[in-house]
Design a protein around this ligand. Structure first.
Ligand code: PNS
Length: 181
């Protein structure tokens, strides 16, 4: 599915084509509060499998009181994927299924850390398939990151713990600044 060498892929055009075939677009949704090395690993691996990757930050997450604003999270995401030319960051309100249809994505991609993630993710995948017709593909998290979550990172950082091996340097810096207050 990767982009053939030298092929120009127009970003954002509806159902674009590369040499007579549809461009493959992966949608990676999340709260990214903040983006972790686990998220980044999934984005990098997905970017090698699809022509384009749309990382979509949900602004109406059910999670109360995010640590970082939507703008801060988008800015951090943009910085940490700057080395990936086929990855774009967007935020969205409302249903993921609607966003997926609006952007003509090929598939939603979700990282799975452990079996405990599976029940909820399966339910969401089936709901999103029913609502949009878009399939969800599960990608196992790299073993190095299987314990990692944004929630744990926030908690460790809030007590002054070292999260430098869990998040990109720019995120570690932002966390330090946030909890220094
Ligand atoms: O990083 P997270 O918090 O696990 O991501 C969850 C997310 C954002 C993927 C999920 O909450 C979502 O898809 N939100 C958009 C609203 C939606 O479509 N909800 C579906 C069930 S009602």
């Amino acid at each position: 599915m990767a982009c053939p060498p030298g092929a120009a892929v127009a970003w954002g055009s509806r159902s674009p084509a590369v040499k007579g075939r549809q461009v493959s677009i992966a949608l990676i949704p999340g709260s990214f509060d903040p983006v972790t090395n686990g998220h980044l690993d999934i984005v990098e691996r997905t970017a090698r499998k699809f022509d384009q990757v749309l990382v979509a930050l949900a602004t109406n997450s059910r999670k109360a009181a995010p640590l970082f604003s939507v703008e801060e999270r988008v800015a951090m995401l943009r910085q940490v994927v700057a080395h990936l030319p086929n990855v774009r960051i967007r935020s969205f309100k409302g249903l993921l299924a609607d966003f997926a249809v609006e952007h003509s994505v090929t598939a939603i991609v979700k990282g799975l850390r452990a079996v405990s993630d599976f029940d909820y993710e399966l339910q969401m995948a089936q709901l999103n398939l029913r609502l949009s017709g878009v399939d969800t593909l599960f990608m196992p998290t790299a073993p190095d990151h299987s314990f990692l979550s944004a929630t744990l990172v926030r908690e460790v950082a809030s007590y002054g713990g070292d999260v430098s091996s869990m998040v990109p340097p720019i995120v570690a810096q932002r966390l330090k600044e946030r909890f220094a207050r």
